[in-house]
Design a protein around this ligand. Sequence first.
Ligand code: SF4
Length: 331
Amino acid sequence: MDAADFRKRLRAWFRRHGRDLPWRRTRDPYAVLVSEMMLQQTTVAAVIPYYERWMKRFASVRELAAADESEVLALWQGLGYYRRARNLHAAAKKIAGELEGKFPHDYEGLRALPGIGDYTAQAVRAFAFDEPVPVLDANVIRVVARLHDIRTPVDIAKGLAKVRTKLEELLPSGGGHEFISAIMELGALVCRAGRPDCLLCPVKSFCAAKHPEKLPVKAPKAPVKERSEHAAWISDGKTILLQQSTARRWVGLWRLPPLAAEPVGGASAELTYSIVRERVTLRIHRTAKRALMASAEPRKAFSLGELERIAIPSPHRRAISKMIQEVFDRG
Ligand code: SF4
């Protein structure tokens, strides 16, 4: 493949068709890091309003470092995977404190920040510092696997290494920001998961994929497990009792108090949500405070107005909305 010709065509297409996304207008490494942390497991459309709100409130590393965790989590709520918000906060504290405000430029320095893996470190190098480095997100992996008809599963080390090598052969000697943005955008808009738009593809003449819709290949996954959780609804009509989690999954967040087992009488509301390889049915039961398990976790009754300002995991926020709606419908 003539890499220079490939880059030329990709660049020309990107300059015409690339979307104007808010984080593409900046080279501020902090802003790039915020966008990259938010974009993990979340769509571009969902992230835009969160990113804009966040950058308005925490415009710099120092502002984020000085914030209370409760405010950080409250601003993040709805995006899920709160560990990303905690890591971002911890990274800002480290940069503002130990690193005296100096944002790391090199791979090792970035990887030493809390919660920054290979992907995020490389993304910051490309998007903030314009370095031509391999940034392997799902879009890039799919495009490269198809261009080179790579049939090894890309979620095992051997397949990912093949993709990385092929991507490195395509990298320019400078201008990582535009090249990586362009190849990601090709994956998002044209070389999409499932059915790619090959007829519209600017690099079709370079593509070796015979059955692109079957690529990239993934290793077989373990089956999804079904599980139930039960939580208590204790409300006097003006306030709702919540319990602050100290468990790893939702640490610091306020959720409906958990119940050890399903009480008799059936649930008042029910919803499902997914976490890694699990599908959880959350059932909400009207009950009295004395039915709660003994717990060292703090409990507090919040007014409806206060609920907007505290961080609540999204399945529990949905459950609370359902219960409030049910009260309205009944009466
Ligand atoms: S020709 Fe099709 S499969 Fe190949 S890179 Fe373009 S969109 Fe993807």
